[in-house]
Design a protein around this ligand. Structure first.
Ligand code: 6PG
Length: 470
């Protein structure tokens, strides 16, 4: 074994790592894994079959020595301190020119820090977001690399081989310098939060107002998945409604505790959007709803204190039609907000992002893959300087024809006590973004009134202050 030099190394043989490395081997590359856990190492060797193609070791030196140079080492370990610890461990064993790729959901400023630190040591480091979960890692994820373009060239053939394909094109592309890859993956996850929240709200309305059974919910989402809403999340949602519970033989979805956990990428997207001054309210509220969901005990107490209207009867067929339109409308808003954030971040951090290329590599493999992404790709390819998807001619009709259903559902939810915060935020975002005149002139007047903060005028240039008369 000592004489074989493997093409690709991977540290972290958890579910994602094991699947990714097996995918690499399937594509004809030799790959070597490393993990501290004996069991994981042995499991990979067993699953890999031929150790001339896939092997692994718990020993970092053996791992590093097994790789051809420049070494291409991908880390698929939990974001945070573990990444730094793995780097520290590998560093004395590496040679100048070797490449470390962080494939986890690392915070983008950590990637910038690590890149700068490793550059001084002659080691190339870049972040590459990987989306698609375990199945994606095994069969074809969407991969979002950034960092040094030259270093990426060494990894490119492997990434292009393992990535998901859309119309034969690999869902991977070099996205830009520094932490561009991790940043894009972070916003991908923010959009993911938005889409998931919206999908769950529509389930709530269909269940509470339309009284749809799980079987009908399954059929409805499955039907939608054949049309313009076709997407990974709609597809798995339809399947979720079919799943039986082994313990009770009932439907699994009904016994799952309604507290959604989070690892932080959605929150980071929101926080960073605030820093940039870019509104992403559908993503913000998706994060807030996970926080509200966590307050189960308080919600239970409050539920007993307040009366809630009993939802009015509603025509089921019409409701399903409205839900399809409203969900499509709100999905567009979630993507529009995320893309807007990317456009601004690109300028702020010098990423030089090509938004059309990003939408393109999201068309397959990743969690937010959707038919809509082909349209988004085309919109940005037609105008790479597009400030917001809502300004694309090709989206006007899509939005115009579905916003009415969103209005109907938001007002139905408000009147009947069904919380639809993602949908109403998407609608409010649309209404505000498409209003030439907003009432924020009054806020400027108030600021000037109490704090002499000055204001600008519609009818002439300059900065003004008024001595407001009490
Ligand atoms: C992906 C997912 C993946 C992970 C989420 C879960 O693209 O494959 O986004 O990265 O499943 O980060 O995030 P939460 O635990 O925060 O929901």
């Amino acid at each position: 074994m000592a004489d074989i030099k493997y093409d690709f190394g991977l540290v972290g043989l958890g579910v994602m790592g094991r699947n990714f490395i097996l995918n690499v081997a399937d594509k004809g590359f030799t790959a070597f894994g490393n993990d501290l856990d004996d069991e994981k190492v042995n499991a990979l060797i067993e699953e890999g079959g031929d150790t001339q193609k896939v092997s692994a070791s718990t020993d970092a030196a053996e791992f590093v020595n097994a790789l051809s140079t420049p070494r291409k080492i991908m880390l698929l370990v939990p974001a945070g301190k573990v990444v730094d610890a793995v780097i520290e461990n590998l560093l004395p064993l590496l040679d100048k020119g070797d490449i470390i790729i962080d494939g986890g959901n690392s915070f983008f400023t950590d990637t910038d820090r690590r890149e700068a630190f490793l550059k001084e040591k002659g080691i190339n480091f870049f972040g590459a977001g990987v989306s698609g979960g375990a199945k994606g890692a095994r069969r074809g994820p969407s991969i979002m690399p950034g960092g040094s373009k030259d270093a990426y060239q060494h990894v490119r053939p492997i990434f292009e081989a393992v990535a998901a394909k859309y119309d034969g094109e690999p869902c991977v592309a070099y996205l830009g310098p520094k932490s561009a890859g991790n940043y894009v993956k972070m916003v991908h996850n923010g959009i993911e939060y938005g889409l998931m929240q919206l999908t769950s709200e529509i389930y709530d309305v269909l269940k509470k107002a339309g009284k749809l059974s799980n079987e009908e919910l399954h059929a409805t989402y499955a039907e939608w998945n054949k049309g313009r809403l076709q997407s990974f999340l709609v597809e798995i949602t339809s399947e979720i409604f079919e799943q039986k519970d082994n313990l009770t033989n009932g439907d699994l979805v009904d016994v799952i505790l309604d507290k959604a956990k989070q690892k932080g990428t959605g929150k980071w997207t929101s926080q960073n959007a605030m820093d940039l001054g870019i509104p992403v309210p559908t993503i913000d509220i998706a994060v807030s709803m996970r926080e509200i969901s966590a307050l189960k005990d308080e919600r239970k107490k409050a539920d007993e204190l307040y009366n809630r209207p009993t939802p009015n009867a509603i025509n089921k067929t019409e409701l399903i039609k409205d839900c399809e339109q409203a969900l499509y409308f709100a999905f567009i808003m979630a993507y529009a907000q995320g893309m807007h954030q990317l456009a601004d971040a690109s300028k702020e951090y010098g990423y030089e992002l090509d938004l059309g290329e990003i939408a393109k590599i999201w068309r397959a493999g990743c969690i937010i893959r959707a038919a809509l992404l082909a349209d988004i790709t085309n919109a940005y390819k037609a105008n790479s300087g597009l400030q917001n998807l809502l300004l694309a001619d090709s989206f006007v009709e899509k939005v115009q024809s579905t916003v009415v259903a969103a209005r109907k559902l938001v007002s139905y939810g408000a009147l009947n006590g069904i919380p639809l915060p993602g949908l109403s935020n998407a609608l409010t975002y649309f209404d505000a973004y498409t209003s030439e005149r907003l009432p924020l002139n009054l806020i400027q007047a108030q600021r000037d009134y109490f704090g002499s903060h000055t204001y600008e005028r519609l009818d002439r240039e300059g900065i003004f202050h008024t001595e407001w008369e009490a």
